[in-house]
Design a protein around this ligand. Structure first.
Ligand code: FAD
Length: 449
């Protein structure tokens, strides 16, 4: 198949999408190489979902240890050692990087640990100067953190660096209102930092149901996380002792030991040479693709965050799989983007699937909502005044449950199962017909009347 070219497929980027696409394409018999300029595994494994979730687990012990006393445990004064957690997390990341590498090698995918750029419809140049050709090229370069431009912005870090900190900062300013900002706000707060979230608008977690995100804001404020809304960065000054003086519009300067930018992620297409092959890039830097992940150059495809469709790992994986099935497996497959569940691993976490109440009102007109606002049994005994909120959004005419949104302990775990019902198009009466599993939090899903 590859006589005219060095490879049948050359993948740029060994992250969630690229690894899946190359492994499956190779299993179909294609001769595949994959280039990676940082570490095999990509954002999710190396500096995203995985280390983030491990920090969330680590952070949660702060509350668990406190609550344990109400459950009869004599807990001595516990001290948290950041270096232990950081190094254990980094070891785990290294272990996973090894597994991903082994998996690719087992499938005879050649791993090229270099930056790659495109030099034409079938041409790739590696940073060593080596030039290769491929019948198909897959762009799976992901996205990179956006840093706003203002004087002193270079004193801030992004999530990329947050996993390697020397120590837990006493005072942290987090720029942004999205999921990464709220997750790190919870993490640092639990580790004892004084956290201020600075948001340029007055809304956090755009895209999630309003009632649910309001509940997170209320709980976060009660815990002691500070929020500055409608605030823009003017400048940041760094004193000799390392203290950052952060000047914002509309409020007094804030002193901090760490400034973390969680201000969005831009598709990673800069200096990738895509123009040499006539690949169209949109105004956000994303590779424009059709439903089969094909760019405007017929031999070049793109999957994952670089296409800026839904920036989530399971979506990148599905797109990589669909690409391989379609191009090398003779099984034309398209990703279904309807009802993708997502979560924010804040403290407490929240999760949602399907339409929010306002989306449903715009789309359907007639909408019914059912909510359950309760204190989880464990929180009651622990004396933790933190209320969970579950919400069903139902089509007023057909009674189909078109959205589920929840905040509370284990909400993402519960929502993953509930998402099956929403995706399957079940009606409210079918939820009601299920006997509650008692005593659980999830039983609220079948008890809302
Ligand atoms: P990536 O995984 O980003 O992989 C792209 C790879 O390409 C990178 O390894 C990069 O080094 C490499 N590369 C780029 N350019 C080149 C080049 N020219 N040559 C060679 N290599 C190149 N998603 C979830 O679903 N759940 C979560 O909980 C979650 N948490 C997250 C937390 C954080 C802090 C961040 C930053 C992201 C999180 N995400 C989460 C998003 C998730 O990580 C991405 O959606 C996913 O990794 C996208 O996969 P991808 O294959 O498109 O790109």
């Amino acid at each position: 198949m590859s006589e005219a070219y060095d490879y049948d497929l050359f993948v740029i980027g060994a992250g969630s999408g690229g690894v899946r696409a190359s492994r499956v394409s190779a299993a179909y018999g294609a001769k595949v190489a994959i280039a990676e300029e940082h570490k095999v595994g990509g954002t999710c494994v190396i500096r995203g979902c995985v280390p983030k979730k491990l920090l969330v687990f680590g952070a949660h012990f702060a509350e668990d240890l406190q609550d344990a006393r109400r459950f009869g445990w004599e807990v001595p004064d516990c001290k948290f050692d950041w270096a232990t957690l950081r190094d254990n997390v980094l070891d785990e990341v290294a272990r996973l990087e090894g597994l991903y590498t082994e998996n690719l090698e087992r499938h005879s995918v050649e791993i090229v640990k270099e930056r790659a750029t495109v030099t034409g419809p079938h041409g790739i140049t590696l940073s060593s100067g080596r030039k290769v050709t491929a019948r198909k090229i897959l762009i799976a370069t992901g996205a990179t953190p956006v840093i706003p431009e203002f004087p002193g912005a270079e004193h801030g870090i992004t999530s990329n660096e947050a996993f390697h900190l020397e120590r837990v900062p006493q005072r942290v300013v987090i720029a942004g209102g999205g999921y990464i900002a709220n997750e790190f706000a919870g993490i640092f707060h639990q580790f004892g930092s004084q956290v201020t979230v600075v948001n340029r608008s007055d809304v956090i977690l755009r895209g999630y149901d309003e009632q649910i995100r309001d509940r997170l804001l209320q709980i976060s404020l009660t815990k002691g996380i500070d929020f500055k809304f409608n605030a823009q960065f003017k400048k940041v000054e760094k004193a000799e002792d390392g203290t950052l003086r952060i000047h914002l519009t509309g409020c007094d300067p804030i002193e901090a030991d760490l400034l973390l930018f969680a201000t969005g992620r831009r598709p990673h297409t800069e200096d990738l040479g895509l123009e040499s092959a006539g690949v169209e890039i949109d105004n956000k830097g994303a590779v424009v693709v059709d439903a089969d992940n094909r760019s405007t150059c017929p031999s070049i495809y793109a999957v994952g965050d670089v296409t800026n469709r839904v920036q989530l790992t399971p979506v990148a994986i599905r797109e990589g799989q669909a690409f391989a099935d379609t191009i090398f497996g003779d099984k034309p497959t398209r990703v279904d983007y309807d009802c993708i569940p997502s979560a924010v691993f804040s403290h407490p976490p929240l999760a949602g699937v399907g339409l929010t109440e306002s989306e449903a009102r715009n789309k359907l007109g007639s909408v019914k909502t059912y909510t359950s606002d309760f204190r989880a049994m464990k929180n009651v005994l622990a004396g933790r005044n933190e209320r969970s909120l579950y919400k069903l959004v139902v089509d007023g005419e057909t009674e189909q449950v078109v959205g589920i949104h929840m905040i509370g302990p284990d909400a993402p775990e519960i929502l993953q199962a509930a998402a099956i019902a929403v995706k399957a198009g079940l009606r409210k009466e079918q939820f009601d017909a299920v006997v509650a599993l008692h005593p659980t939090m999830a039983e609220e899903l079948v008890l809302m009347r």
